[in-house]
Design a protein around this ligand. Structure first.
Ligand SMILES: [Zn+2]
Length: 198
């Protein structure tokens, strides 16, 4: 699972699937321009779903450090790109992650890596927010985690209701953020206002 797929073996099934998909539109796979498209698309899809092959241990990489700080740590404006599991169309946006340390802190870049690990899968935004929050809770043993994600969904913009300016905000709160209104308000007032669609 953890090995990087090679073009010759692991991509073969995916390449064949893309060949069939392109052919199903009536396109001519032999025409110039499409020759390497199935292979390129297979590689791109592997990248967009590489979160399935990442291990949390490797992502965190022992970047936990002792700390007496118990106040809110906020990592904001983490951009992410994902694929909705209903249409396999992209959704993308910004994540804000806050947590209340309990004796140790996690290296700051790891929050972005954890967001990516779960975003690079077939997802729904609601679950993505929860998975990021729960993972940070489990990894750090902190007192609480708050995650807010604002995203634009191509399945709403390019098809269906075709709304170009709609954004979706999802929230996941764990630990002290669940019942401590002061902690919630501190987090929610510190993060940027809802992002416009882009
Ligand atoms: Zn969708």
């Amino acid at each position: 699972m953890s090995n990087t797929p090679t073009i010759t073996s692991d991509y073969q099934e995916s390449i064949e699937s893309y060949r069939q998909l392109i052919t199903s539109t009536g396109e001519d796979l032999e025409r110039p321009g499409l020759g390497d498209t199935p292979m390129r698309a297979a590689k791109a899809f592997a990248h967009l779903t590489k979160g399935y092959h990442q291990s949390l241990d490797k992502v965190v990489n022992d970047a936990l450090f002792p700390s007496t700080n118990r106040e809110l740590v906020l990592v904001q404006n983490i951009e992410f790109y994902s694929l909705c599991e209903h249409h396999m169309l992209p959704f993308h946006g910004i994540a804000h992650v806050g947590y209340l340390p309990n004796g140790q802190v996690l290296g700051l870049s790891k929050f972005a890596r954890i967001v990516d690990m779960f975003a690079r899968r077939l997802q729904v935004q609601e679950n993505l927010s929860e998975q990021v929050a729960q993972t940070i809770m489990d990894v750090t043993g902190c007192r609480g985690v708050a995650v807010v994600m604002d995203a634009s969904h191509m399945c709403m913009m390019m098809r269906g209701v075709s709304k170009q300016h709609t954004t979706t905000r999802t929230t996941a709160m764990l630990g002290e953020f669940v019942h401590d209104n002061q902690a919630r308000m501190e987090f929610l007032s510190a993060i940027p206002r809802r992002q416009p669609a882009f």
